[in-house]
Design a protein around this ligand. Structure first.
Ligand code: NDP
Length: 599
């Protein structure tokens, strides 16, 4: 039988009220506007610390078949899949000094991926590689991205250290003109935009942030020249330093243990605690590797995604924190008692969530010695309001003599002075401030991309999407022929993002193959097909509207202010499995419905 409220070890009404109070403390009218863009006097925060020197090359004015924007996972997978179907005249344009995207920039100590490496690292079978651990660390992931580029010969034609500044459709030539900060004005028949969902670091708009006279950097541009050490820690440069880390999201959770181990004094400034579950990493078992049959990676990715979407599988292959969380949530809703009343499912899901979060709060209490600090580290919100974290040393770091948690009770840092950080009316003098404050999410697509796109009739993408994105399947937009998008927006969101990027890359490959077979010169979504998809996106977003509104603010719910535009810019609300089925059925139907071609 499903549990009644009396069977539970907690009082759901008390927890609901506590969650509401904690959320309300954090709601602020300025939502996304609270952050400081890294431009102007803050532009140095995004300079590339990993290049040996500025690239010096002549501007390009040549023509290629496909320009892929972004050399992260999305761009690499797209180029790989295109190469597999015989399209090799592909140029990747990448702002960083090398391939890797997120993994090029995020080299902070302790950086690793929370999603199992066997499903997260793309193209493992194609490269004949199996990661060394269940959760790969950043250097291994970065090395893998370079190996993908080498394997598919992507370095030869690539433009690294190059940022696109504009795209413009030349109607007469039926080509895109791609302009860059290196003076290029190259032409391309097709464009694939894979700018990355979290590519633009942000700073908090804390009063006084520009006036700090000590050292400072963002975690996505880690300054090893200052801290010493490397991705494994050993940050000897901090041994005589007082350090502030601002932010306690997934990045801080990974780097704080290393900073705490090295710094003379570390203050961690917290606005909202993360939920920290068990990590339990382990080396790859060579005997297991021998058992892997062709097709194993795709099967494992699908197995994971099915579980994460509430589906049933015979065996949970990944068996990690993600599938455990979701298995528990679903099992409480589905299987506790065969006579489950389906109207009761949301209540049961909420109860399973309360149960899980009680366990997470219990973990903080068990591992942190000082009761007041332990209390402050307890998260009071539903598990998927923020990204769940997994770490075996983060909470224990607060037991160190030299580490202090400065909890701001949901309000955030008050002020930054020339000497340090002020909160709760007290100034903490420090030598260095490290911003673990994340990346822009809710801002406009073209702002995050860093360039605008001018389509047919001089229409700007920023204008077209001013009130929200408009696409078919998240991939095409009317008025912008021969242009494809790889992103989460209006597409299938997965915990394992490379899975959905691969689905989109194959989808784009299919379309380009069809166009080649038909001899089509251009391909463009009709306005009608686009309107229908946008209507569908808006209609199905209602699935999780109540959940988002009740959540503590963060980038999942537009900083506590989900609105029609943020919902429209979000992923397909029924989840990635239904989305993948829709795009597969669309391909199977065979007519490329909704896409107009010219010959
Ligand atoms: P997040 O956006 O998750 O975290 C930013 C942090 O800064 C939050 O704790 C936020 O508090 C805090 N903050 C913002 N403004 C202030 C302020 N004024 N005063 C005090 N604190 C403030 O960024 P991350 O870089 O941690 O992570 C981004 C995403 O990257 C993750 O969600 C995940 O998707 C991915 N990632 C994955 C990793 C993995 O696989 N292990 C590791 C790292 C990142 P508040 O919560 O209150 O807004």
């Amino acid at each position: 039988m499903p549990p009644s409220d009396e069977d539970l070890a907690f009082d759901p009404d008390v927890l609901r009220e506590r969650y509401r109070v904690e959320r309300d403390k954090r709601l602020r009218p300025d939502a996304n506007e609270q952050y400081q863009e890294m431009a102007g006097e803050f532009g140095h925060f995004v300079e590339d610390p990993y290049i040996d020197g500025e690239l010096d090359r002549e501007p390009l004015t040549d023509e290629v078949e496909v320009v892929v924007i972004g050399g992260g996972f999305g761009g690499l997978i797209a180029a790989a899949r295109l190469s597999e179907i015989g399209i090799s005249d592909v140029r990747i344009i990448e702002k960083g000094g090398d391939f890797g995207g997120t993994w090029y920039w995020n080299r902070y100590p302790g950086a690793a991926c929370d999603t199992e490496a066997y499903i997260y690292l793309p193209l493992l079978e194609e490269l004949g590689y199996v990661p060394t651990q269940k959760y790969a660390h950043a250097p291994e992931i970065l090395a893998h991205t370079r190996n993908i580029a080498l394997h598919y010969g992507l370095y030869e034609n690539a433009c690294l250290q190059t940022a696109v500044t504009s795209l413009e459709w030349d109607e007469d030539a039926e080509r895109w003109i791609v302009r860059t900060d290196r003076g290029d004005a190259m032409q391309a028949r097709f464009i694939v935009m894979s700018n990355g969902p979290l590519n633009r670091p942000k700073l908090p708009g804390i009063p006084g942030i520009g006036g700090f006279e000590g050292h400072t950097f963002h975690t996505s541009r880690w300054d090893y020249g200052y801290t010493g050490g490397d991705s494994n820690g050993d940050l000897v440069g901090l041994n005589d330093k007082r350090v502030a880390v601002i932010g306690t999201g997934a990045t801080a959770v990974q780097c704080v243990p290393h900073v705490g181990a090295a710094a003379k004094q570390l203050f961690v400034f917290q606005r909202t605690p993360s939920s920290i579950d068990v990590r339990a990493n382990r080396p790859t078992d060579p005997e297991w590797v021998k058992t892997l049959e062709p097709g194993w990676q795709k099967e494992r990715m699908e197995n994971f995604n099915t579980l994460c979407q509430g589906g049933v599988v015979e065996e949970d292959l990944v068996k990690d924190g993600w599938t455990e969380i979701i298995r528990n949530l679903i099992s409480m809703a589905n299987y506790r008692g065969k006579d489950t009343n389906w109207d009761d499912v949301p209540r049961l899901m909420e109860l399973a969530d309360f149960e899980k979060m009680e366990q997470i709060r219990g973990r903080a209490e068990a591992l942190v010695e000082d009761p007041q600090t332990a209390e402050a580290l307890k998260p009071w919100y539903r598990q998927f309001c923020k990204r769940p974290c997994f770490h075996d040393n983060y909470l224990q770091t607060f037991n160190r003599e030299n580490v202090e948690l400065i909890d701001t009770d949901g309000l955030g840092v008050e002020r930054i002075t020339n000497k340090g950080v002020v909160t709760n009316g007290r100034e903490y003098e420090v030598d260095c401030i490290i911003f673990a404050t994340g990346f822009e999410v809710g801002t406009d697509y073209t702002r995050r991309a860093g360039y605008d796109t001018i389509g047919r009739g001089g229409q700007k993408l920023s204008d077209k999407w001013a009130d929200g994105m408009r696409t078919l399947h998240g991939v095409h937009t009317n008025g912008f022929p021969n242009l494809f998008i790889i992103s989460n927006s209006q597409a299938g969101f997965t915990t394992n993002f490379p899975h959905s990027m691969d689905e989109t890359a194959k989808h784009i490959g299919y379309i380009l193959e069809q166009c080649a077979d038909e001899g089509a010169r251009t391909v463009e979504v009709t306005k009608e097909a686009e309107d229908r998809w946008v209507e569908e996106i808006i209609a199905v977003s209602r699935y999780n509207e109540d959940f988002l509104v009740s959540c503590t603010p963060g980038y999942y719910n537009n900083e506590g202010q989900p609105n029609p535009k943020s919902v429209q810019n979000g992923p397909y609300g029924k989840g990635s499995r239904p989305y993948f089925r829709i795009t597969a059925a669309w391909r199977d139907e065979g007519s490329m419905a909704g896409l107009e071609r010219t010959y």
